[in-house]
Design a protein around this ligand. Structure first.
Ligand code: PRX
Length: 648
């Protein structure tokens, strides 16, 4: 593949309204161009100035040290602390009594925390961590529902300099075990349960199962949320409320070097086990801070709601670190979007007078399907800006979002970025950019994005190719935990000197980027990255399965759905019962989000002469397409015919 053909020809364009533009933080194309040029031509001046807007315990000496490329060092010599940036900096002025977190549980219970209250909770829990022996540099795993304690836990870890590793609450015990082991975590923070569609999700029980053989974990903190029964390991388990009741609220922030690790966050790659993406302190915060400020145009009277879970990078950067660094009021919601009715999100927007809403295309497509009557029941007139993230948004969903939720008045920021980039990289600036349905538009400040061919040559307008970033940026990952070689190999070896994002893209004649999805074996299901290889290993770990190949097929709702082709051994017979058992097996091994939408039994899988499974052929079959691909390397042609015949 040298070029990727783009089939989307979208010509609509929506400049911001005059009213929005006039009040926006960046309100003219000239100002954007000037800042963008400066950020590329003189990154030291640009990023140095932005970084100095944040509090420092000791000032930095150098803005960027790229001599150890591809491992960047930003703001070297400086010391700060993420909790200082996100909480303490707001405590001396009027923001102390401003709402920091406005939380609603699935059952409808509401809790608000002012910045002053958030600060006290963070300091108290930081002391609780210390009292159990957690110290600077220790890794802490967090497996929690979307309750305020999750944000508090993250900031408390940051306060004492213990890198957190948040594991999404939908992952299985096996996935927790792998992540806890890989990160060498010594403490875990969880809850008895979290409300999901009216039922408690038993998080503590899943943690217990994951930790059966984990000798290194000395403490499990448990928040009481659902009051469901839990098992208790004496000596290891501590109730959150007991620990904070015994802790005082005086806890100075640990001075962290700019390059000290702030957190690990695991994400799927095409091969091997999940990668512990490593982010450090100052550069990450500067990126999260600046993007929140300009992309969401945040101001003091905004009520900002990002619907992601803190278990994903979106929640790290745009629920916790970015908006709090800006002193915003952040809405947090625990439960499902259709509990107890399909209008729950819109009810929340009305009730809490949300002004900025950031969500995912998969959610937008679900809302479209549930029908316009649900948002129509609620007053959405407080909304002034909408955002999307996680996967390409189809123009139809974009237009629906604009019309039905945004009342044709709210700009939409379609933001492209990754766990690895830490912060938004390609995005409209809402007061400046003329948006186009389906395009993430232009690179953010400091981002030098390009579309290249297989040899790394930049392609011309509208030619599809591979998306690369040509300059280091402050919030970039610093590595893969414990595996510096894999870091180089995955991101920097394909084109020396260029960061390879793994996405296909084209850039149009106006310089707008159109992301065309992953080019590696990574699936994007409901905006979450999953590796085909992990799902395949889960399948072959089932006794009946000999071989498995997993591909994505387009899905109206989830973007991509998992289609698994499996061959069974002598012990197994293809049957509906086995099909269901295999789906369930993957859900147990990895988590429900990885459950295949479809399992197809095959006598054999199409392979090249060298034995590699030809996934591109399977992709066509899964999507019900005639193959137009080159099949000359296929070992056994009859396999393809039989797979197709199987389709009915
Ligand atoms: O393929 C791109 C897609 O999601 C990938 C990153 O996934 P993850 O690290 O889980 O982070 C998701 C949230 C930042 C990207 O490589 N992606 C993300 N945002 C967009 C997108 N694809 C198209 N348009 C987007 N706005």
């Amino acid at each position: 593949m040298s070029q990727i053909e783009s089939v989307l020809h979208e010509t609509r364009s929506f400049p911001p309204s005059e009213a929005f533009r006039a009040a926006a933080r960046i309100s003219s194309a000239e100002e954007y161009e000037r800042l963008y040029r400066e950020s590329l031509d003189d990154p030291e001046a640009f990023w140095g100035r932005i970084a100095r807007e944040l509090p420092w315990i000791e000032p930095f000496e150098e803005v960027l040290d790229w001599s150890g490329a591809p491992v960047a060092r930003w703001f070297t010599g400086g010391k700060t602390n993420a909790s200082l940036v996100c909480v303490d900096r707001h405590l001396d002025g009027p923001r102390a009594d401003k709402t920091a977190i406005l939380w609603e549980g699935e059952p409808g219970d509401v809790r608000t925390l002012t910045y002053a209250e958030l600060g006290a909770e963070v300091r108290r829990f930081a002391n609780a961590l210390k009292a159990r022996g957690v110290k600077k540099g220790d890794r802490v795993a967090i497996y929690m529902p979307m309750v305020p304690e999750l944000a508090i836990a993250v900031l408390a870890c940051a306060r004492i300099g213990a890198p957190h590793s948040v594991i999404f609450g939908g992952f299985s015990a096996q996935s927790i075990k792998d992540r806890v082991e890989d990160g060498g975590c010594t403490a875990v923070i969880t809850a008895d349960g979290g409300w999901r569609r009216g039922k408690p999700l038993p998080l503590k029980a899943t943690v217990d199962e994951a930790l059966v053989h984990a000798k290194d974990v000395h403490t499990v903190f448990c928040v009481r949320r659902c009051e469901n029964d839990v098992d208790w390991v004496e000596g290891r388990d501590v109730w959150w409320h007991d620990a904070v009741a015994a802790a005082d609220d005086d806890c100075p922030p640990e001075p962290m070097d700019s390059e000290d690790t702030l957190f690990l966050l695991y994400t799927s790659g095409s091969t091997g086990k999940p990668k512990g993406i490593q982010h450090t302190t100052a550069g990450y915060l500067v990126g999260a801070y600046l993007t929140s400020r300009y992309v969401f145009d945040l101001r003091d009277d905004d009520v900002y709601w990002c619907t992601a879970d803190i278990g994903w990078v979106t929640g790290h950067s745009y629920i916790v670190y970015g908006p709090l660094a800006n002193g915003a009021t952040v809405v947090m919601y625990e439960g499902a979007p259709n509990e107890p009715h399909p209008g729950r999100f819109w009810e929340l927007v009305q009730k809490h007078k949300v002004t900025v809403l950031y969500t995912a295309p998969t959610a937008i497509r679900a809302f479209m399907k549930w029908g316009d009557e649900h948002p129509a029941k609620f007053d959405l007139s407080t909304l002034r800006l909408l955002g999307t993230v996680g996967e390409p948004i189809n123009p139809e969903a974009w237009m629906w979002y604009r019309r039905t939720i945004g009342g044709e008045r709210c700009p939409i920021v379609d933001t492209w970025w990754q766990t690895e980039t830490g912060a938004i990289m390609i995005t409209p600036l809402p007061g400046v950019t003329a948006t186009k349905p389906g395009s993430a538009t232009r690179p953010f400040f400091g981002v030098d994005a390009a579309v290249v061919d297989e040899e790394g040559n930049e392609l011309g307008p509208n030619e599809g190719g591979l998306l690369v970033l040509r300059k280091p940026w402050p919030s970039m990952l610093r590595g893969i935990w414990g595996d510096p070689e894999r870091y180089r190999e995955t991101y920097w070896s394909r084109f020396p000197g260029l960061y390879f994002a793994g996405d296909g893209a084209r850039k149009d004649e106006d310089g707008c980027f159109w992301i065309m999805g992953r080019v590696d074996d990574v699936l994007n299901v409901s905006g979450h990255r999953l590796s085909t290889m992990e799902v395949e290993s889960a399948l072959v770990s089932h006794e009946a399965v000999v071989e498995a190949a997993v591909v994505a097929r387009p899905d109206e709702l989830t973007g991509e759905a998992i289609c698994a082709f499996v061959t069974v051994g002598a012990g197994g017979e293809p049957s509906d019962a086995l099909r269901d058992a295999l789906k369930e097996h993957v859900a147990v091994e990895i988590g429900k989000l990885a459950r295949p939408a479809e399992v197809r039994f095959a006598e054999a899988l199409p392979k090249t002469r060298s034995g590699k499974i030809m996934r591109r052929l399977l992709r066509d079959i899964a999507a019900g397409r005639e193959t137009v691909q080159d099949t000359t390397t296929l070992e056994d042609y009859s396999v393809l015919a039989r797979l197709r015949g199987d389709e009915e």
